[in-house]
Ligand binder design. Structure first.
Ligand code: GLU
Length: 298
């Protein structure tokens, strides 16, 4: 069966060049193998997600000639799937409530704690007895739900970054405001949508061990992963959605120019020829051509 790929933007701002570059690589990876390509809006956070941004993102992708199969999916409409996954983890004793405030989590995470990665949650609330913690939940105390990860180390062979591994901390499955976490939703959706090839930005590489652990705990298949190195701004800082100069509709202007720049940045269109539509890149594309290092805008 041909592989299914996806682009899964959060509609929290316009797409910057780095997002568009990732979308293009993901699309080329799927379509060059005659695979399906899906668009999924990761709009779980109601405070930050906007329908207007979705429309802009669709317009930008379309202007480059990036298309997708079927209607885009919205995570905000898939809560029952996430409920099921959470119930399964709960039944397996893998979920515990966490009463730490943000400041407490920050403080705990900044203290040295052995092998866990920097910024990881050291499992403070995992020490509470079951009785005590669920009693506090019943009294209405504000809490998030975390995965009992049991210090698992997960390795994977990334198609762009090579052999990688990481220790999984007790990450959040549901925030204290009842919003499901990206980690849980992405794992459930990639499996439910039959995604075989995940191609996304390298800023998400550190999330992969968490997601692979969840796939194992939920008996879901693990897709292949390719993390595309980032586009950095002129100062070497990561691009953010608010960076004006990095927008297709902003400083970089016309889609054909943007596409030519993007093509060049992923090892295609060497002679600086104009590229009008992403389809023109299909025959030349190979994931192996994508540089393993980040690119800087000048
Ligand atoms: N929604 C994430 C983002 O916009 C991407 C998630 C993913 O590709 O796994 O950065």
């Amino acid at each position: 069966m041909n592989p299914t790929g996806r682009f899964a933007p959060s509609p929290t701002g316009p797409l910057h060049l780095g997002n568009l570059r990732t979308a293009l690589v993901a699309w080329l990876t799927a379509r060059s193998q005659r695979g399906r390509f899906l668009l999924r809006f990761e709009d779980l956070d109601p405070r930050r997600s906007r329908r207007g941004y979705e429309a802009d993102q669709i317009a930008d992708l379309s202007a480059l000639g990036i298309d997708w199969d079927g209607e885009p999916v919205h995570q905000s409409q898939r809560a029952t799937l996430y409920d099921d996954a959470l119930s399964r983890l709960r039944a397996d004793g893998r979920v515990y409530p966490c009463f730490c405030t943000r400041a407490e989590v920050r403080e705990a995470a900044s203290a040295p704690h052995g092998k866990l990665p920097e910024g990881a949650y050291p499992g403070t609330c995992a020490q509470l007895s079951e009785r005590e913690s669920w009693r506090r939940v019943r009294t209405g105390e504000r809490h998030a739900l975390r995965l009992r990860a049991e210090g698992e180390r997960i390795a994977w062979a990334d198609r762009l970054l090579g052999e990688r591994q990481g220790l999984v901390d007790d990450f959040v499955l549901m925030r204290s405001d009842g919003v499901y976490s990206y980690q849980l939703a992405v794992v459930v959706d990639d499996a439910a949508q039959g995604i075989g090839d995940v191609v996304r930005g390298a800023d998400l590489a550190d999330s992969t061990p968490r997601q692979v652990l969840l796939q194992r705990l939920l008996d879901l298949p693990t897709p292949s992963y390719a993390h595309v190195p980032l586009v950095l701004g002129p100062t070497g800082r990561r691009l953010a959605k608010r960076d004006d100069g990095a927008l297709l509709t902003g400083g970089h202007g016309r889609p054909a120019e943007t596409l030519s720049w993007l093509a060049h940045s992923i090892g295609l269109a060497h002679n600086c020829e104009a590229v009008d539509t992403a389809t023109a890149l299909l025959t030349e594309f190979a994931l192996d051509l994508v540089p393993r290092h980040s690119v800087k805008l000048c």
